[in-house]
Design a binder for this molecule. Structure first.
Ligand code: ACM
Ligand code: ZN
Length: 553
């Protein structure tokens, strides 16, 4: 491996103006749209200045992360000034003519660095590219001695393919601390992903403080037992009987949001309804069909007790969503909608009365009524909804954004939704579920099952075939999902998410026709040396399992 790395280092000296070759030599993930490597390098030193041309706070954020790294790893940070000229500067300019809000141009010459972008977000992405062009020690949290902080001379023009490039984290099954969530967001941003889907409520735990309903966290954030090991037949199950839980206060959430903002990451909260609601119902059983009592679940899977669509329940949910909408600046709130069994509704007098009163055909239409009502409420607060693809069952308004996950249902339903006018986000389980095994189950820690090696993530094409150009615009992007039933701590989360999330990032950034799995692997090996310096625990199995065969594209 070491030999390979030094060969690539040499390649960097000779490659010129060849996309795949120079990008390979430059080892950037995601791969830039255009990249021309040139001779020479620019060396960052304590006298190098960052010139912003403005005092705009967003521009300050855009360069802050790189400067933080320099301070830690190089032992100096760069002066950030509004105006300045001459050599030894890293000059940022906003240029309204670039392709989109996330596009940037990066020109590294021996005398200095020029960044152009339409918005500060593009400047931030240019800085992440610079991070990957600097020696790997830039990721060190301790001062790295004897490093020349050189950036190869290069001309890059870059812009993402999709506007939504996401990573999800389920903190319901296992709680991840505020600082772990921040680290997750930081790593996403490093890969130029821009949306963090924060799955905050589950049967196994309610994780966000709601001032009006304190029992949601007093009761709903803690469970008394957790399934130990595999999900086996009831008589064989073993339990860990330790009380487990945690939640984020609204102040914690604000801190996470402020952190994400500085990394140009939008945080979308998910409040699950009508299903995956047992933790909430353990706290407030009056909003179920049966009245309970319930316990916060310690068993994974799909549970029958869900919210009962009575007026009081809508008031309860609207009060919750009001606090959530006030807290999160994102345009979207994810309202779940998946895996809501209709058993209780089919036997509930209030539910059947509602079906009659609203002229609905069945419980699927009742779910549709439920979702549409919540959607209308949130629209009054200036918010749009995202729901899992089950929200299509029983009909959905074209204004809802649909998150496609059930690959086994085939693309037909999602293509129909696109043609119906719905925006969609692709998170198909067969390509995007990062909780599945990424290598041989015999040599991997226990997971929920499935098999999703990195080459398969990399082979995914988010835009279904046969769409018109207008229809294709409704495919907002691609997201990897990290469900944590079998990830008890953050170390395991990173092990499952990385390096597959790097493939998710590249699929969201470049067109399929430009992807080349062999080339990606070479760049990934280099990126892994950076993960090593960061000290993150990631999965290395693709080196032994996925490399020799011609897979993917
Ligand atoms: C899901 O995996 N239930 C969205
Ligand atoms: Zn009911």
């Amino acid at each position: 491996m070491i030999k390979k790395i030094s060969l690539l280092g040499c390649a960097a000296l000779f490659a010129a103006n060849i996309n795949a070759q120079s990008s390979k030599a430059l080892n950037l993930i995601p791969l830039p749209e255009k990249c021309t490597l040139q001779a020479g390098e620019f060396t960052v030193n304590p006298q190098t200045k960052i010139v912003l041309g403005t005092s705009n706070a967003q521009m300050q954020y855009a360069v802050a992360r790189l400067n933080e790294q320099l301070k830690a790893a190089a032992g100096f940070e760069l002066a950030v000034v509004e105006r300045g000229a001459g050599s030894n500067t890293l000059t940022c300019t906003l240029n309204p003519n670039l392709k989109n809000d996330e596009a940037y141009k990066l020109s590294v010459k021996k005398s200095g660095v020029q960044v152009e972008a339409k918005t500060p977000r593009g400047v931030f992405y240019a800085m992440q590219t610079i991070r990957q062009l600097l020696p790997a020690q830039i990721e060190s949290r301790q001062q790295a001695i004897g490093v020349k902080w050189a950036i190869p001379c290069v001309e890059i023009e870059d812009a993402p393919r999709y506007s939504y490039r996401g990573l999800h984290l389920d903190v319901g099954r296992h709680f991840m601390s505020k600082s772990e969530v921040m680290q997750y967001i930081d790593l996403m941003a490093y890969h130029k992903m821009n949306t963090f889907h924060w799955h905050l409520t589950e049967d196994q735990g309610w994780r966000i403080e709601i001032k009006k309903y304190p029992k949601l966290t007093e009761v709903g954030a803690y469970r008394n037992r957790t399934l130990k090991g595999a999900y086996v037949a009831p008589e064989k199950r073993q339990w860990d009987n330790t009380r487990y839980g945690g939640f984020y206060t609204q102040d914690d959430v604000r801190e996470v949001l402020a952190y994400a903002k500085k990394r140009f990451v939008t945080v979308i909260p998910e409040i699950e309804l009508p299903g995956h609601a047992v933790a909430a119902l353990a706290a407030y059983p009056q909003y179920s069909c049966t009245g309970g009592p319930f316990e916060v679940e310690g068993l994974w899977g799909v549970h029958n007790d869900i919210f009962c669509p009575r007026e009081e329940t809508f008031t309860f949910l609207e009060n919750i969503l009001t606090e959530v909408a006030d807290l999160f600046p994102s345009e979207y709130i994810h309202i779940g909608g998946d895996e809501a069994p209709k058993l209780r509704w089919s036997r509930c007098h209030a539910c059947q009365e509602r079906i009659k009163k609203e002229g609905l055909k069945n419980e699927h239409e009742l779910q549709s009524y439920f979702i549409t009502r919540v959607e209308k409420f949130l629209a009054g607060k200036g918010k749009r909804i995202i729901g899992w693809d089950e929200i299509l069952e029983g009909g959905v308004t074209p204004s809802a954004t649909v998150m496609y996950w059930r690959t086994w249902e085939s693309d037909t339903a999602i293509v129909k939704a696109i043609r119906n006018g719905n925006n969609v986000i692709m998170t198909p389980n067969a390509y995007a579920y990062l909780d599945y095994y990424q290598a041989n189950p015999k040599t991997e820690p226990h997971t929920i099952g499935g098999y999703l090696p990195i080459w398969k993530v990399y082979s995914y094409e988010p835009t279904p075939a046969g769409l018109t150009q207008e229809e294709a615009k409704r495919v907002l992007g691609f997201q990897g999902n990290v469900w944590t039933e079998y990830m008890a701590d953050f170390e395991r989360v990173l092990y499952m998410a990385y390096p597959r999330a790097a493939a998710v990032a590249e699929v969201g950034w470049i067109p399929k026709g430009k992807r080349n799995y062999d080339n990606f692997q070479e760049r990934l090996i280099q990126l892994m040396t950076r993960y090593d310096v960061m000290g993150i625990h990631y999965n290395r199995s693709f080196l032994s399992e996925g490399r020799s065969e011609k897979k993917g594209d």
